[in-house]
Each structure stands twice: as structure tokens, then as C-alpha cells.
Design a binder for this molecule. Structure first.
Ligand code: IPM
Ligand code: MG
Length: 352
């Protein structure tokens, strides 16, 4: 198969982690007889520097013509004080502009890294494998926002249509069917009208999936349950802002945010894949960042956008073997001697 991938390294460590991911994809391509073509594009702070805009039209248009998008990370203190412009606007523009309404954020605890988990062993005994399915193109992120005329009050509106909720819940249901068939819908239905719509919609959608066990949690309770007993969760389906917050919490429970990939999907097979972590400007350019989250995002791309199951499995297995063999970047090294970003790329390729 030939696939055209739009690559957006972005800022900070983005370039380094993307470079290793491209090497791994090429190695897998060679092994399985695929050809991946890459078109490198600018978005984020680097695009502000070169064009004045976080998301140049050419970047969005080229992404639309590609089979998928692989993104490093955007942002950094350099661009924190430009009035009205932020590198993060590139992310929202890509999500909205590409119609990527479902964001899949797995929180997996690697057995090899369980010392990094901040929870007591008795709480995580047996491992952790949660999939957060976050709505990504609606809610308060895309609602009306502004200030009153005198500037003394402001507003950000949470608005959802049944259509937006339903397609997200369906996506969550489909994913749950391939996992442990348990979905927890997280909302704030004791307060918010939109949350009550989520519950109404869930009743309708899950009626079509009788094998799925569905439960509902208020977001405050869910955030507590995540640290009290995270093993009760399989798939969490939730709104844009609740998913943003809970996915950070869940990532920290695994102890290694440098390991977590994500996929953002729309209607067809098209998707955008990026690590959960940010651009980490403080360690950029030093060959110490952990490339595994991005490499695993590449694996998700093969699985969800290209239907390359065996190829995706191969990458994930190679990552596991590299960890088994003791290879660790600084963020997951514990007391051991760390290797660099490029050397981690080498290690994964060695075990493919
Ligand atoms: C994330 C990030 C983004 C979000 C920011 C950088 C806009 O926190 O992907 O979780 O809030 O969605
Ligand atoms: Mg976030």
C-alpha cells in the first residue's frame, strides 16, 4: 500500500520525536511492503514565526488531501505573549477544520514501568488499560465566547447538539465492543442541561448495544474514582472539556505521560495522531525526549486509518521488547542510566 502522510513536527521536542517515528514507520513499511510518503508542514509557534498565523491555510489544505496527519507538539513560552494569537489555535483549527470529533486517549500502564505509577500497588494490581473517548470539536472549546461591552464580564458557552453527542457515543460504543464492553459516560447532569442531553442520547444509542454495560458518573466523582479505583473503568465517553481534564489525570496515573499516544478521528478512516504530551521546550534539541508516545501514535495511525493491524501490533510489540530489554529515556529511567531520543528509535527498530 502507498499512503500519504501529512507530518507536522511543530515546536519544542516535536521535531525530534517525529524524526524517530518516521524512521520506525519506514522500517515497518519496508518489512511489510508499504510505502509511506511524507509531506512536512508547519503549524504552531514555528508557523507564527514564518507566516504570522498558527495554522496557515496551506497546512490545513494539504492535510485534507492526505491519508492521515502525524503531529508532534505545538507551543512554547516564546509565543505566550502575542495579543490574540496562540500556537494552540493550530490544534483547534486542525481538529475543527478536519472534522476530527472523536479523540481516543488510551491510558495504559506498562508493566515494565509500574514503579512510575504514583498509586499504591494494591490499587493498580492487575494493570491499567483505560480508553478515554473525548468529544473534540464541540462544547465550550468551540462555543460562543467573549466579553461584555465594558469588559467587566465574560462568557464561554457550552453547547452540544444531539447529533454531535450521538456520533461520539457511537464511536465510544464501537470501541467498547472491541474491548471489555463497558462504557462510563462522564458528565455533570445534576447541573448542566447539555449533560442531561448526553444521558438522553446515551439511553438511545446504547439500546442498540445490549452487550455493553453502561454507567454514568458526574465528573467530580469520576475524577475521584480515577485515583480511588481506576481499574473499574474500560471506556470513558465524555465532552471536550471534561475529557481534556480527565485525560491529564489518567495519564499521570500511568506515571509516564511520555508513553501515551492519541488518535483523533472523523467520519471516515482519516485521522490525526499525536502524543498526549506537549512540546517540552525546556528539553528541546537535547536528544533526551521520549519518542515512544509519538511512535505509538504512529502505530495507532496504522491501525485506525490504514487498517494495518499486524503492522501496528508489530510496533507496539517492539516498544514492549525495548522496555523489557531495559531501554529507558530519562523521563522513565528511575535510577537507571537513560538513553537518548535517537537511541530509543534505534531500539524500537531493532525489535521490529
Ligand atoms: C490537549 C491540550 C489542548 C486541549 C490545548 C493545548 C489546546 O490540552 O490536547 O489536551 O485543551 O485540547
Ligand atoms: Mg489537555
Amino acid at each position: 500500500m502507498i499512503k500519504n502522510i501529512a507530518v507536522i513536527p511543530g515546536d519544542g521536542i516535536g521535531e525530534e520525536v517525529i524524526a524517530q517515528t518516521v524512521r520506525v514507520l519506514d522500517a515497518v513499511g519496508e518489512k511489510f511492503g508499504h510505502k509511506f510518503n511524507y509531506t512536512y508542514l508547519e503549524a504552531g509557534g514555528c508557523a507564527i514565526d514564518s507566516t504570522g498565523k498558527p495554522l496557515p491555510e496551506a497546512t490545513l489544505e494539504t492535510c485534507k488531501k492526505s491519508d492521515s496527519v502525524l503531529l508532534g507538539a505545538v507551543g512554547g513560552p516564546k509565543w505566550d505573549h502575542i495579543p490574540g494569537i496562540r500556537p494552540e489555535q493550530a490544534l483547534l483549527g486542525l481538529r475543527g477544520g478536519l472534522g476530527l470529533f472523536a479523540n481516543l486517549r488510551p491510558a495504559i500502564m506498562y508493566d515494565q514501568l509500574k514503579e512510575a505509577c504514583p498509586l499504591k500497588e494494591s490499587i493498580i494490581d492487575g494493570g491499567l488499560d483505560i480508553m478515554i473517548v473525548r468529544e473534540l470539536t464541540g462544547g465550550i472549546y468551540f462555543g460562543k465566547s467573549g466579553r461584555s461591552e465594558d469588559g467587566q464580564s465574560g462568557y464561554d458557552v457550552e453547547e452540544y447538539s444531539f447529533y454531535e453527542i450521538e456520533r461520539l457515543l457511537r464511536q465510544a460504543a464501537e470501541i467498547a465492543m472491541k474491548r471489555n464492553k463497558h462504557v462510563t459516560v462522564v458528565d455533570k447532569a445534576n447541573i448542566l442541561e447539555t449533560s442531561r442531553m448526553w444521558r438522553e442520547c446515551a439511553a438511545k444509542v446504547f439500546a442498540e448495544y445490549p452487550d455493553i454495560k453502561v454507567d454514568f458518573l458526574y465528573v467530580d466523582n469520576a475524577s475521584m474514582q480515577l485515583v480511588r479505583n481506576p481499574r473499574q473503568f474500560d471506556v470513558i465517553a465524555t465532552s471536550n472539556i471534561f475529557g481534556d481534564i480527565l485525560s491529564d489525570e489518567a495519564s499521570q496515573i500511568t506515571g509516564s505521560i511520555g508513553m501515551l499516544p492519541s488518535a483523533s478521528l472523523g467520519e471516515g478512516s482519516f485521522g490525526m495522531y499525536e502524543p498526549v504530551h506537549g512540546s517540552a521546550p525546556d528539553i528541546a534539541g537535547k536528544n533526551i525526549a521520549n519518542p515512544l508516545a509519538t511512535i505509538l501514535s504512529g502505530a495507532m495511525m496504522l491501525r485506525y486509518s490504514f487498517g494495518m493491524q499486524a503492522e501496528a501490533d508489530d510496533i507496539e510489540a517492539a516498544v514492549g521488547k525495548a522496555l523489557d530489554a531495559g531501554y529507558r529515556t530519562a523521563d522513565i529511567a528511575g535510577g537507571t542510566t537513560p538513553i537518548g531520543t535517537k537511541e530509543m528509535g534505534d531500539a524500537v527498530i531493532k525489535y521490529l
